[in-house]
Design a protein around this ligand. Structure first.
Ligand code: GLU
Length: 547
């Protein structure tokens, strides 16, 4: 009977499950090597949660000498969006998520697009029918709905199981009658589950989780012969030899179904690691990152915001393992590839995605780049997003690189650049066009302080470009003394009535006149980069602006 039923339902499927399985031999990998997969659905752009998952897939596979592959999960044709698969590929490339095989690449375990594997799923669905573990269900939408409503009312588990599964035991004749009438049907498993039993998910991140055994006759093939996510997951992850399924924890509750499917097919299930969803704090409350509310949900946001791929990866690494950040701060010359990630150190509950934290990681990341490389990265960014400024950057390359170099090798390097956008604002006073163009903007702070223009003029004559830092400072101190200011702050504090101010006040005046700001990187170096003539021009500009 089962054999006849299987032939009736799948007349065109000639291959046996053994023949298909033989095409997917075991992978020849060393002990402990993990095979992971990233299985996005092409339903739109990649979101940061997807990228987080893909990042974990890639580090776990690669640090063990394993394989990460990309599988396009396109079984839900209604939700598909044109061009989405290209967007996925581009994003993976942009964020340097290197996978070894799969969609967009070669690979022995393909096809890696689920819609191209229809026949494979049908071979296994047919086998399950033949083994008496699955059956065609002809129930109509209205019937299903009625059952669901009754179950909801009675607070029962919803779905087709036990006495609700009326098509479980249709005779061959009854099936034939349906088929003759061209009635639509799905294929369901005959769940052997027991409502009173529980199973344990040994989750690598969350630990052991007790879950109810699945009792539902789950659909494995939909009316159009396309598999459900559940069935495709089980068949693919078995055939492609996945050792570790890393996915979002919204799938935890589906695990009993998946385990049962593996058991019905006589396969060993892979290990599971369910990672927490990314969350955000807003008005004191924590909620999941949302497509509708949060621009940072889409990965394209980071590119536009000037957050380099590597910095975002560092942040993803921080979110992946709680001990990563400390390690990164302590190990100046190391990269992500030098760190060993573990499932045990992954956050169990919601993972807070904090933009401020990301910005701090970016600052550290930028502070460790060579000035020339940072200049090039900023230029590349602006060539795409701010062409005019890119042109200005090129004309002022030397000045900008020198500016970026200030305090770069210091013990505590500058961290004023948080995104590739920031250089424009942070270094605006280094660019003459910006500085002299708009006086109001240049001296933004409405300074009430009584800066002494004549003194500044005098100092601009006195300043010598060839001074070393020590010589420069000595000269400022002497200048202070000669002009009624204390050459040491301490001296001033002891007898303030004797002085107009102290050497610090002089430096503040110079700084403000030169940059329009009260806080900048090292003044001596800025003066040296801009040079004496430029300084003189700025003093005159300051004088005119103030009049
Ligand atoms: N296609 C599924 C999704 O996009 C992937 C889930 C999984 O990794 O198993 O949610």
């Amino acid at each position: 009977m089962n054999h006849e039923l299987a032939e009736l339902l799948f007349p065109n499927i000639k291959k046996t499950r053994e023949e298909v399985e033989a095409k997917f031999p075991d992978r020849n990998l060393k002990e402990g090597a993990m095979v992971t997969r990233f299985g996005p659905s092409p339903t739109g752009f990649l979101h940061i949660g997807n990228l987080y998952g893909a990042f974990i897939d890639s580090v776990m596979a690669h640090q063990t000498g394993g394989v990460m592959y990309l599988r396009l999960e396109d079984t839900d044709s209604k939700r598909q969006v044109e061009g989405a698969s290209d967007l996925i590929l581009n994003s993976l490339k942009h964020f340097h998520i290197a996978y070894d095989e799969g969609y967009g690449k070669e690979g022995f375990y393909g096809p890696y697009v689920q819609s191209e594997r229809k026949e494979i799923y049908q071979v296994f669905a047919k086998a399950l029918v033949e083994e008496g573990k699955a059956y065609p269900c002809f129930m109509k939408e209205e019937e299903l709905q009625e059952i669901r409503e009754g179950q909801e009312l009675r607070k029962e588990i919803t779905g087709i199981y036990k006495h609700y599964a009326v098509d479980r035991d249709l005779s061959l004749e009854e099936v034939k009658e349906h088929l003759e009438k061209k009635d639509e049907y799905v294929i369901r498993i005959k769940s052997p589950g027991d409502m009173d039993k529980q199973i344990i998910l040994h989750d690598l991140i969350k630990g052991d989780i007790l879950l109810p055994e699945n009792i539902i006759d789950e659909v494995i093939l939909k009316k159009d012969g396309i598999p459900t996510y559940h069935f495709a997951h089980v068949v693919d992850d078995h055939l492609m030899k996945t050792t570790h399924v890393i996915r979002g924890d919204e799938w935890v509750s589906s695990y009993p179904k998946h385990l049962q499917l593996f058991q019905l097919l006589g396969w060993k299930s892979p290990k599971y690691a369910h990672h927490a969803a990314l969350t955000k704090k807003e008005d004191g409350k924590v909620r999941k990152l949302s497509k509708r509310k949060d621009p940072e949900f889409s990965v394209s946001y980071y590119q536009e915001a000037g957050i380099p791929a590597e910095a975002l990866r560092l942040y993803l690494a921080t979110l992946t393992n709680t001990n990563f950040e400390e390690w990164y701060l302590q190990n100046k010359d190391k990269t992500i590839a030098d760190f060993t990630f573990s499932y045990k150190k992954m956050p169990v509950g919601g993972t807070l995605f904090d933009m401020e934290k990301l910005n701090n990681i970016c600052r550290t990341y930028f502070s460790r780049l060579k000035a020339e490389k940072l200049y090039e990265d900023v230029l590349l960014y602006n060539e795409e997003y701010d062409k005019e400024y890119a042109g200005i950057m090129k004309k002022n390359k030397e000045r900008l690189v020198s500016f970026l170099n200030i305090e770069r090798d210091a013990k505590r390097p500058r961290k004023d650049i948080a995104t590739l956008k920031d250089l424009k604002e942070e270094s605006s006073y280094m660019i003459d066009e910006f500085f002299f163009q708009n006086a109001e903007n240049t001296y933004k702070i409405a300074e009430e302080k009584n800066y002494d223009i004549e003194l500044l003029k005098k100092y601009s004559e006195e300043f010598s470009e060839s001074d070393s830092y020590e010589e420069w400072y000595e000269r400022v101190k002497r200048f202070a003394q000669d002009n009624g200011y204390a050459s040491e702050v301490k001296m001033y504090k002891e007898n303030p009535e004797n002085y107009k101010g102290h050497v610090g006040d002089i430096c503040e005046m110079i700084r403000f006149c030169l940059t329009g700001r009260t806080k900048t990187p090292d003044l001596y170096q800025i003066l040296s980069i801009l040079g004496k003539e430029n300084f003189k021009k700025r003093v005159i500009f300051f004088e005119n602006v103030r009049l």
